[in-house]
Structures are given as structure tokens and as C-alpha cells.
Ligand binder design. Structure first.
Ligand code: HEC
Length: 105
């Protein structure tokens, strides 16, 4: 039946679309330069350190910044945090921080 296949097609598109996270990250560099201490540390503590204890300090975290894994997992693929999501404003600010060379202070 024609009707049935149309319904399945629509269902398929909806399911596929809901699997795709919105990967558009636009860095917000509005003059207020985010730093690790002023901005990132709190996010790490509340969203990451529970699973990644090595990310509880700047020096621990900076390993993943230097090798690009932080940007890949959190900003590009948006696979982390594994058990949730970060809101768009947070992602944009994080991208700005990474683009600025992830300053500590
Ligand atoms: C619920 C647990 C959990 C939370 C919360 C979590 N992660 Fe992860 N993370 C994992 C696991 C498990 C892996 C390994 C996944 C894999 O290799 O497929 C991983 C892998 C990673 C990697 C790649 C590590 C490597 O060795 O290359 C990075 C970077 C990362 N996470 C960053 C973060 C950041 C930043 C946050 C917070 C925004 C976060 N994660 C939150 C569980 C978690």
C-alpha cells in the first residue's frame, strides 16, 4: 500500500533527524574573555569530573586541550558529557575559550 510506505518514510526521517545533534557552535567572544578559573572550572566540576577525575585541575584538563580531544568530544562531535548536553550558550563560550588558546586566568 502506498500510504503505509509514505508513513514509514516520514517516520524514518523524523527518527534520523532526532539522532542528529545541532553541531553549529558559534564562538561568543563578546569582549569578556572566558578563562578556566572564571568560567570553565565550574562546568568541569558539575558536568565532567564525576567521570573524569583527571580533569579536575587545569593541568589535567590541558592535556585534552593540547591533543584536540576536548574540542572534538565537547564541541565538534558533542559526545561529552556522555550522560547529558551542554546548552548552546555554554558551548559557544567554550569554543571562544578554546579559540583564544584556553587561558587559565
Ligand atoms: C557519565 C560519564 C561521563 C561524563 C559525565 C563525561 N564523560 Fe567524557 N568520557 C566518558 C567515557 C566513558 C569516555 C570514553 C568514551 C570512548 O572512548 O568511547 C569519555 C571520553 C572523553 C574524552 C576522550 C578522552 C580520551 O582519552 O581521548 C574527552 C576529551 C572527554 N570524555 C571529555 C569530557 C568532558 C569535557 C566532559 C564534561 C563536559 C565529559 N567528558 C563528561 C564518560 C563521561
Amino acid at each position: 500500500m502506498m500510504k503505509k510506505s509514505v508513513i514509514f518514510l516520514i517516520l524514518g526521517v523524523v527518527v534520523l533527524a532526532s539522532c542528529n545533534k545541532n553541531n553549529k557552535v558559534t564562538p561568543i567572544c563578546d569582549g569578556s574573555t572566558p578563562t578556566y578559573n572564571s568560567f570553565v572550572k565550574n562546568i568541569m566540576t558539575s558536568s565532567c569530573v564525576g567521570c573524569h577525575s583527571d580533569m579536575s585541575t587545569y593541568s589535567g584538563l590541558s592535556n585534552y586541550l593540547s591533543n584536540g580531544e576536548f574540542e572534538k568530544q565537547v564541541l565538534t562531535k558533542q559526545q561529552m558529557p556522555e550522560n547529558g548536553t551542554l546548552d548552546a550558550t555554554t558551548l559557544n563560550k567554550l569554543q571562544c575559550w578554546v579559540n583564544n588558546g584556553f587561558p587559565e586566568n
